[in-house]
Design a protein around this ligand. Structure first.
Ligand code: FES
Length: 113
C-alpha cells in the first residue's frame, strides 16, 4: 500500500500500487477536474508532482499529450500510476480562482469606501 498526499488541501489516501492518481484523489475526496473520463483526452486532470519516485514513468499517452512538461513534474492524474508514497499538487479550479479574485476585489473596493 502507498500513501498519497494531495496538496494544498492536505488530504491523504492509502491505495494499492497501480492505482492512478485520479483514483487516489477520489479515495482522498479531492476534486480533480476531468471531462474525458480518464482517457487522456481533455488534459484537465493535470497535477504537479515534484518527487516522482512514487510514480511509474510517464506512459505513451502522457508523453504524447504533455511532451516536455512531464520532465517538469506535470502528470496526467488519470494516467500516472502509483508505485509508492507520493505528494501531489492539485491546481485550483479556474472557476474557484476567478471567484476568489472577484471576492478579493470586492473586499478591496468595500474597504476603500
Ligand atoms: S481525465 Fe481527461 S486527460 Fe485525464
Amino acid at each position: 500500500m502507498a500513501w498519497i498526499r494531495f496538496m494544498p488541501e492536505d488530504k491523504s489516501a492509502k491505495v494499492k500500487p497501480g492505482t492512478t492518481l485520479f483514483q487516489a484523489g477520489r479515495a482522498a475526496r479531492v476534486f480533480i477536474r476531468s471531462r474525458c473520463g480518464g482517457n487522456a483526452a481533455c488534459l484537465m486532470c493535470k497535477v504537479k508532482v515534484e518527487d516522482q519516485s512514487g510514480l511509474a514513468p510517464p506512459n505513451r499517452n502522457e508523453i504524447l499529450k504533455l511532451g516536455s512538461l512531464t520532465k517538469q513534474g506535470v502528470r496526467l492524474s488519470c494516467q500516472a500510476r502509483i508505485t509508492g508514497d507520493v505528494t501531489v499538487e492539485v491546481p485550483e479550479d479556474p472557476l474557484k480562482s476567478a471567484i476568489r479574485a472577484l471576492l478579493a476585489k470586492q473586499q478591496e473596493d468595500d474597504d476603500g469606501i
